[in-house]
Design a protein around this ligand. Sequence first.
Ligand SMILES: Nc1ncnc2c1ncn2[C@@H]1O[C@H](COP(=O)(O)OP(=O)(O)OP(=O)(O)O)[C@@H](O)[C@H]1O
Length: 259
Amino acid sequence: MVALEVAGLRKSYNRAGVLTTALENVSFNIPDRQFISIVGPSGCGKSTLLRCIAGLAEPSGGDIRVGGQAMHGVPDDMVYVFQEYNRSLFPWRRLLGNVAYPIESRLPRSVSSDRARAYIKLVGLEGFENYYPWELSGGMQQRAAIARALVTEPKFLLMDEPFGALDAQTRVSLEETILDLWSRSPRTVIFVTHDIDEAIFLSDRVLVMASRPGRIVEDIMIDLPRPRHQIETKEDRAFSDYRRLLFGLIAPPSASTLS
Ligand SMILES: Nc1ncnc2c1ncn2[C@@H]1O[C@H](COP(=O)(O)OP(=O)(O)OP(=O)(O)O)[C@@H](O)[C@H]1O
């Protein structure tokens, strides 16, 4: 079943009379529960595309349909995880209060608290329920932001460079966590990243964008077995073939000819 349809999407920004076409004629469908990454050079419109899908930016043209329905405003069953984890948590709330926040007004307190504790455990933060965000490391804060996104059990998880500000080791560990969460409860994920290896490692499919205007130039199915492993998967010959293909599509010609 198609979870999301994007057809002829266009988005332009008018800033002080200067018109920037961030997206031009972007079209694709995402089946239910697919894990899809969007890669492309800086400024090609990845975040703009994600923001339009999330209802955070108004398209200038084209259609976005969620579950077959035209989208109006911010869809209920979609959550967004940003790169800036330190700005997405409430500093005055402890971890448990932060994670329970999206569900506490619509569920009895004991239910929301139990569910928040379950997600805190799933992201590996059990024992830290009473800590404030500023008492947690960057990786732990991003885990908390992921728990808070998932506690609503959304159909769609949208992530914009969620691990971009983390060190390499923390990033690897969070990639494992996201794959583990997704395998337990597959949902439609749209994941924006600059990192080609990360996109291949996580995804069922990678959309490649190019700039000026922002558009999709390639749509690649990633046919690697799951579960995936940091060592075995990345040593797979097919992984390096995808890597070479994507690098050639994204890197400027001078970089791809360097030896
Ligand atoms: N609010 C805005 N007002 C004006 N122009 C904008 C705005 N947001 C984005 N743009 C422009 O739209 C284009 C696409 O930007 P966008 O942030 O979507 O790209 P990106 O691929 O996510 O970039 P990066 O990888 O560097 O985060 C860029 O030229 C950018 O300058």
